[in-house]
Write a protein that binds this ligand. Structure first.
Ligand SMILES: [Zn+2]
Length: 113
């Protein structure tokens, strides 16, 4: 943890998350940005490549391997990409569900054959 991270931790502990959010929202609005809150639920068990959500894909605290698409990466990196995708995705759009993606792949392979 570097100096800035330690300072941020102290600030959050002193003023609380709600007030920290208020300050951050104020600063972001002044800078022309916005804050998007992202739920951390299922970010560690969802594949950031194909969207499959299966808790058995998380092989250990550090290893994530998707049984559906075969992607393998650090589990924290996978969760961070999921949070990034959730935060940058347009509000109404949702990632296609894994089942519908599998159905699309099956259709594509059936047409190719
Ligand atoms: Zn996958």
């Amino acid at each position: 943890m570097d100096y800035r991270q330690a300072n941020l931790k102290v600030v959050v502990l002193e003023i609380g998350w709600y007030q920290f959010h208020q300050f951050l929202a104020y600063k972001m609005a002044a800078a022309g940005g916005e804050i998007r809150l992202v739920s951390a639920a299922h970010t560690s068990t969802t594949c950031s490549c194909c969207g499959t959500n299966d808790k058995t894909n998380r092989k250990s605290q550090a290893v994530y391997e998707c049984a559906d698409c075969g992607s393998a990466m650090n589990a924290d990196t996978n969760a961070a990409v999921n949070i990034l995708l959730a935060g940058t995705r347009p509000a109404k759009a949702k990632r296609p569900r894994a089942a519908s993606r599998r159905a699309s792949r099956l259709e594509a392979s059936a047409q190719a054959a």
